[in-house]
Design a protein around this ligand. Structure first.
Ligand code: AMP
Length: 210
């Protein structure tokens, strides 16, 4: 009997890009999360189920063992800073970049630069490594507005095509990190349920060519 496995997956783009990978392992959800209100999806494999949850909650479920596996953006993992998670596979999906950006025609900054972001830990660590003092202001969305409305000098956010920045008169200033989705594994489950988890990891590694 295989062990029961729960895989926590971020809603939206990561879910959409992860499902074709899982399908190659013959793991296919029985419901479409866009058409059902169920948060726990059974799959064609009776011992495997999916949790479709907010991106920032995936590491919490996996670290605490409520899910054995998770699929989460590197941005969320960097911000979370967990100790009890293995991160064995870069799935190479939902790729983008974490960038520092500012107004295209910015006036010179006087005093400590102010940075708006929802990634306060990543931003704090980035500037600490540079030895630069900044004031970090937490926002939960529409970071681009910060410099436009004079709330901040800079923003730290994810950039894919760059269209959002451009549409708001912003330009990228520094590259902070390359981002993609990672498979994460609960450390205890890796030992206790190794017979079921290891083949999943091996097949996924092979599929993504790592
Ligand atoms: P873009 O206009 O293509 O540069 O996309 C930027 C917007 O999409 C920003 O609001 C980002 O927060 C969001 N975004 C881009 N890529 C991702 C990703 N891989 N995961 C989550 N959000 C993203």
């Amino acid at each position: 009997m295989p062990d029961k496995i729960t895989i926590a997956v971020s809603k939206g783009r990561i879910y959409d890009e992860a499902m074709p990978l899982l399908a190659k392992l013959d793991i296919v959800p029985l419901d479409d999360p866009n058409k059902t209100r169920k948060l726990v999806l059974e799959t064609n494999q009776p011992h495997i189920r999916l949790l479709v949850i907010r991106a920032t909650d995936v590491p919490t479920y996996v670290e605490r063992g409520a899910a054995e596996l998770g699929i989460s953006g590197k941005d969320v993992l960097m911000e979370y800073n967990g100790d009890d998670l293995y991160e064995p596979i870069d799935l190479g999906i939902a790729k983008c970049r974490m960038m520092l950006a500012g107004l295209k025609d910015a006036k010179p900054i006087t005093g400590r630069p102010r940075v708006v972001t929802k990634y306060t830990n990543i931003t704090k660590n980035y500037f600490a490594e540079l030895g630069q003092q900044v004031e970090i202001i937490k926002l939960y969305g529409s970071m681009e507005l910060g410099p436009v409305l004079g709330l901040s000098d800079w923003i730290v956010d994810l950039v894919d095509t760059g269209n959002t920045l451009k549409a708001n008169g912003l330009v990228t200033l520094e590259h902070i990190a390359d981002i993609s989705s990672r498979l994460v594994v609960n450390k205890a489950a890796m030992k206790m349920k190794n017979a079921t988890i290891k083949p999943i990891l091996d097949q996924l590694s092979e599929i993504v060519g790592k």
